[in-house]
Design a protein around this ligand. Structure first.
Ligand SMILES: [Zn+2]
Length: 60
């Protein structure tokens, strides 16, 4: 069983967190289970930042 050694905390409430067992050049869009805010979790730099909810495809 892989150990989830990377814990990326929610930038909004610092309570919810996303766990990962490795690093990669990907960014996850996560909805915090604690405060229900959306945030981005960068699994390469291990930085989280607030994000607006992803809208459906459309013109900016
Ligand atoms: Zn949160």
């Amino acid at each position: 069983m892989n150990e989830m050694k990377y814990h990326l905390k929610c930038p909004c409430c610092r309570k919810g967190e996303t766990l990962s067992d490795g690093r990669a050049k990907v960014t996850l869009s996560v909805r915090c289970e604690k405060c229900h805010q959306f945030y981005l979790a960068d699994l390469d730099s291990l930085i989280t930042r607030r994000a607006l909810p992803q809208r459906r495809r459309g013109r900016p």
